[in-house]
Design a protein around this ligand. Structure first.
Ligand code: AP5
Length: 217
């Protein structure tokens, strides 16, 4: 129970820059970055049952079922390091998840305080995801826009970078369609709740961060 906890939900299509911005925001605000995609990928690399189940959806670009996703995020938000709040990235992604999040936060005396909706056109999304490289600890690079200092090695721990299985062109297009069908209704949901702020995600990473930080302040 914490009256001062702050919860920010990053909303936007795949490749909009939710993860990139969520990491910076969490650091600047002293909050925890909670990424449902990263939690699934952690489970996958630890070969848990949840990881195996999630991979069967993720590799096809489909959403993992609501019940397991909600339970996983609820567990993460209830840990002590989230006492001051969190920047949520990739969750909620369906109206059922958004309602579940309200319930989870209400139990902790919190609510969704702000929803930066990062808007980027489809052709840019495809280009960003095609050029994305990831570190095993979750840092995100781009071959052109945000390259590592040494080609395909992480700047911080020097381990090799990898490309995500679901960043293949055909899967990317499907993920974008799934976003429009299942996640985009949340734009109106959070607009109606008064928490949505539209952010132009086409500008350079630092300028997008500045725009979000202005709103946060
Ligand atoms: P998840 O990992 O959440 O993927 P996603 O939402 O598809 O988002 P991405 O990580 O692809 O993109 P992003 O917006 O974070 O962009 P990023 O910052 O990396 O989910 C993966 C899968 O897990 C789902 O398909 C689903 O199967 C499952 N899943 C996860 N959550 C779920 C849920 N709640 N319910 C059900 N299933 C769920 O940036 C992309 C690239 O662009 C990077 O290379 C970056 O360097 C570059 N970039 C970023 N910003 C800029 C900028 N301003 N200018 C230039 N380049 C930029």
């Amino acid at each position: 129970m914490n009256e001062k906890a702050t919860y920010i939900v990053m909303l936007g299509p795949p490749g909009a820059g939710k993860g990139t911005q969520a990491k910076v925001l969490a650091e600047k605000l002293g909050l925890v970055h909670v990424s449902s995609g990263d939690l699934f990928r952690e489970n996958l690399s630890n070969e848990t049952e949840l990881g195996k189940l999630a991979a069967s959806y993720m590799n096809k670009g489909e959403l993992v079922p609501d019940d397991v996703t909600i339970a996983m995020v609820k567990d993460r938000l209830s840990r002590p390091d989230c006492a001051l709040g969190a920047v949520l990235d990739g969750f909620p992604r369906t109206p059922a998840q958004a309602q579940a999040l309200n319930g989870i936060l209400a139990e902790m005396n919190g609510r969704v305080d702000l929803v930066p909706f990062i808007s980027v056109p489809n052709e840019v999304l495809v280009e960003r995801l095609g050029g994305r490289w990831m570190s095993h600890s979750g840092r995100v690079y781009h071959a052109i826009n945000n390259p590592p200092k040494v080609k395909w090695f992480d700047d911080i721990d020097g381990t090799p970078l990898y490309q995500r299985e679901d960043d293949k062109p055909e899967t990317v297009l499907h993920r974008i369609n799934v976003y429009y069908e299942q996640t985009s209704p949340l734009i109106e949901y959070y607009r109606a709740a008064g928490s949505l702020v539209e952010i132009d995600g086409t500008r350079p990473i630092e300028l997008v961060t500045d725009e979000i930080m202005k709103v946060v302040k």
